[in-house]
Design a protein around this ligand. Structure first.
Ligand SMILES: [Zn+2]
Ligand SMILES: [Zn+2]
Length: 207
C-alpha cells in the first residue's frame, strides 16, 4: 500500500492521489499566466531593462519588490526545470535543453511537467514533493498578484499538433463574451465556430 505524497491518503498504487494530481495539473497550467502577471509588479526601471550601464548606478534606484524578482528571474523557471530534470533522469533520459527567455522556460517546463503527470503520479516517488513545491510557489506568487482573473469555462484541451507531431494538450478556458481563444502554450487561435470541433477532437478520457 502506498500513500499520496501530499495528503497521505492511502493509495492502491502510485504516489499522488487523483485530487492532488488534478490540482497539480491546474497549477502547472496556470503557472505561465501567473509568471506574466508578476511582471506587472516590478518597478518600471527594472521592467524596462536594457539601459543598465555603469553610470546608471549613480542615480537613485527605484524600490523593487524582491519577492517578485526572485520569482520572475529564475525562481519559477529554476524550480520547474530542476523537477523536470530530475524526472527525466529518473526515466533514464538526458538533461532537458534550456533555452530562450525566462518566460519561454517557464512555459516549456510547466508544459513538459504537465504532459508527464500520468507517469509522475504513477511512478515518481517524489511526486508529493513536486506537488508541494509547485503549490507553495503558486501561493507565494498569488500573495503578490492577488487572484488570477476569472479563467472561465473549461472547453477542453488544445488539439494543435507541432512540427514534431506532438499534440499541444493545454487546457483551454472560455470566458463569457470571448469570441476567440488563444492557446496559452502554442498560441494557436480558435474562433467561436471552432469550439464545437474542439470538443469532438478531445483525446480519450479528457473532458
Ligand atoms: Zn493526495
Ligand atoms: Zn495549444
Amino acid at each position: 500500500m502506498n500513500e499520496c505524497g501530499l495528503c497521505e491518503r492511502a493509495l492502491e498504487h502510485g504516489y499522488l492521489c487523483n485530487g492532488d494530481l488534478l490540482a497539480l495539473a491546474e497549477r502547472l497550467d496556470r503557472m505561465p499566466k501567473l509568471y506574466t502577471a508578476l511582471g506587472a509588479f516590478l518597478a518600471p526601471a527594472v521592467h524596462g531593462g536594457g539601459e543598465r550601464t555603469g553610470k546608471g548606478h549613480a542615480t537613485a534606484v527605484l524600490p523593487v519588490n524582491e519577492a517578485v524578482l526572485d520569482l520572475r528571474y529564475g525562481g519559477i523557471a529554476l524550480v520547474l526545470e530542476s523537477w523536470r530534470s530530475d524526472v527525466q533522469a529518473c526515466r533514464g533520459w538526458g538533461e532537458p535543453a534550456i533555452e530562450g527567455s525566462v518566460e519561454r522556460r517557464v512555459l516549456a517546463s510547466a508544459r513538459w511537467l504537465g504532459m508527464s503527470l500520468e507517469w509522475i503520479a504513477a511512478s515518481y516517488p517524489a511526486a508529493g514533493d513536486l506537488a508541494r513545491e509547485v503549490r507553495e510557489m503558486e501561493g507565494a506568487a498569488l500573495s503578490i498578484v492577488g487572484a488570477l482573473p476569472e479563467r472561465g469555462r473549461r472547453i477542453g484541451q488544445c488539439v494543435a499538433v507541432d512540427a514534431s507531431g506532438v499534440i499541444c494538450g493545454a487546457v483551454l478556458y472560455h470566458r463569457p463574451g470571448e469570441t476567440r481563444l488563444a492557446c496559452p502554450w502554442c498560441t494557436c487561435v480558435y474562433e467561436a465556430r471552432d469550439f464545437l470541433m474542439l470538443k469532438t477532437l478531445q483525446p480519450e478520457g479528457a473532458s
